[in-house]
Design a protein around this ligand. Sequence first.
Ligand code: ATP
Length: 236
Amino acid sequence: AVVRPLLEIRDLTVFHGQLRALSGISLEVQPGAVEAIIGANGAGKSTLLRTIAGLHHPSQGSVLLDGEDVTRTRPARRARAGIAMVPEGRRLFPSLTVEENLRVGASYARRGPWSIDSVYDLFGWMRERRRQKAAQLSGGEQQAVAIGRALVANPRVLLLDELSLGLAPVVVERIYTTLPQLLAAGLTVLLVEQDVGQALQVASRVHCLLEGRTTLTGLPSQLTREQVEAAYFGLR
Ligand code: ATP
């Protein structure tokens, strides 16, 4: 049986001023999958996630969530429709407490399994530190709060932009170990990862971008290192 993709990007072109950041990108994310976007600096990965979240407007193409065209839907309504993003750099409110940051995410919440309490269950240390200001947390802890803030909205699709940026490998590892629990709760994940090895390890499918175009899509188990390198660097 053919499963309808939960997220579908069709022929997407996005400009930043004169710069063409994405050129005719198409990709599908299957329900329940973890799919990863890899690519060098400036390849357009963040632009793609931000466009899916409604923060950039494409000059061409469309974004569909479960078959529904959300290309012109505002970011807040997209959140209610089930798209949540953990932005690059986490972007917590530093002077608010952990719990206050989580409440921000709950303001566009859908019904679902996630609540502030279930986020505290997911990240064991968080409950007892809920009254601390976000600024007092380590980078990895802040990343966990940023994920929690997205989860409490009860999204259908979770967009993760560069989780590993600036974090020690052991911390990155700890954060990625929560992925199976997110999937078990019914989530679909599309992530951008600078660390190609990490992406190949966690993703069911990877998409490589180069200068705003898709140069490779495939299952990690079926890709050779040479194929990935060629797609990443644009070698032929
Ligand atoms: P990185 O890993 O560095 O974040 P990326 O693959 O996520 O890279 P994007 O951030 O999407 O790439 O950037 C794609 C291109 O668009 C780059 O050339 C970048 O300089 C440019 N760009 C991104 N955002 C803007 C913006 N708001 N205004 C102007 N140019 C931008």
